[in-house]
Ligand binder design. Sequence first.
Ligand code: SF4
Length: 226
Amino acid sequence: MIGSRALENERLDRPDALFLSELARDDPWELMHWAYRVRVKNFANTVRLCSIVPGKLGGCPEDCKWCAQSIHSSAPEAKRPQRTTIDEIHRTAKSAHANHAASMGIVNSGYRPTQHDLDEVVGAIRKITSDNNCEIELCASLGELTDEQARQLAQAGLTRYHHNLETSRAFFREVVTTHGYEQRRAPWVSLRAQPVTMSRTSSKTGPHRPCSRGIDDSRPPPLGRT
Ligand code: SF4
């Protein structure tokens, strides 16, 4: 039985995954029951919180169908880019930390950051990492990066990068036509080559880790942490 095998930490294969996707449709309560048991066994009654803050909102010429930041979206606020100041990002980080978030992502609209965009993000990262009362791990989602931009982010103290790969390689073309799957993956590959320079908020050292918004490889803090 797949549930018992998952409880034994056995790696599931593709036929198992296909069976589970059918179960999600036919009997979601059964799937939720086993998912709950696996979660409790591995993580007990804990959850890891993360938070996000926009560095730049809207005005993106790309056509990702899921995204309200695209100028092709019908969202009214999508048409003109708006910026968040370094002080506002710092205040958001302090608030996230006070609310027990373990990490915060700085998210910019656009396919790639201009050097001005990047300077703003680097400035915000430096301000937050120099605040001894705001210990929070920092992540970013800025799109494609040059190697030099990846180096600047890593040196400022970034430890995670969100890749914005919202679907599979095979399906990507169905939801985005203005860029490809591999272009989305490239910045994270570039950041992985950079050493982590600041590990104040992370017990892990080594290369940068990917963020997939909620899917995480680190253990969460206990609920009700003070
Ligand atoms: S590139 Fe980023 S901001 Fe632009 S439409 Fe795609 S997901 Fe949205």
